[in-house]
Design a protein around this ligand. Sequence first.
Ligand code: SF4
Length: 306
Amino acid sequence: MQVILAKPRGFCAGVNRAISIVHQALERFAPPVYVLHEIVHNTHVLEELRQRGAVFVEELEEIPKGAVTVFSAHGVSRAVADQAAKLGLRTIDATCPLVSKVHRRIIRLVNQGYDVLVIGHKGHPEVEGTCGQVDGNVAVVSRVAEIDTLDVRDPERVGYVTQTTLSVDDTEELLKTLRRRFPHISEPERTDICYATTNRQAAVRQLCDEVELILVVGSKNSSNSNRLREVARLRQTPAYLIDDAGEIDPHWFAGIQRVGISAGASAPEHLVTGVIEWLKRQGPVTVAEMAGGEEHVSFHVPELEG
Ligand code: SF4
């Protein structure tokens, strides 16, 4: 069997930064360190941090007064940040800088009197955090079919922002419809879909020309990992999203000679290595990595004061 590794794959700069912030918090302050929501959507990353003393909660009320609390990479609403202050929590913000950039834009649009459409998945923490930056007229749009019935105050003053981890293909389709309905819609200078999402999807698209089946390493609730699987399936390449090698079904490989492996932006590389080792245990395997695809993005990790 021939294995081709997508490049880039795995951890992005925002995930690296968020995980480093939790590690630093665990070193500076006595555990437990509380984290509101999953710091990133990966079960293995969470388990490792849990073992070091991180406690993941869904509600601020679960956190004892004065405890160190990290906001996840997906960002939080203003109401959540205010509530945390009222509860006397000592907060550390691990929101990805690229999500914060979207926050700044939605605030600017609302201040300028625009109605804002947030293109993304309803209920996803990033979308909730983005909508919650403003009190203005904001609606979440997930599907093309919703665009016709959107109710806005002035069709000339409508803007949009997007979730950072959307499908590039689907979003382009949705934006075409949006531009038809609102020809003067205010658009971001550059897409809000982040570099990591864009690059990982482009790599999987290329991989589809070279392999017969793709394994995407990532957790089931990871938005960008799910999109990678969709990119492959859209191109008629069978693709499976697996948390780790333990979820592989040997039946997938009947008659398959060339397998591609990618990993979502929150999936650690050692899980990819585990998948390769699993494949090697089944028979002879050659492993190659796609050419190019270098990324040089890194985000500053703030020094936490003890
Ligand atoms: Fe930031 Fe993109 Fe990574 Fe999300 S996927 S944490 S937006 S770099």
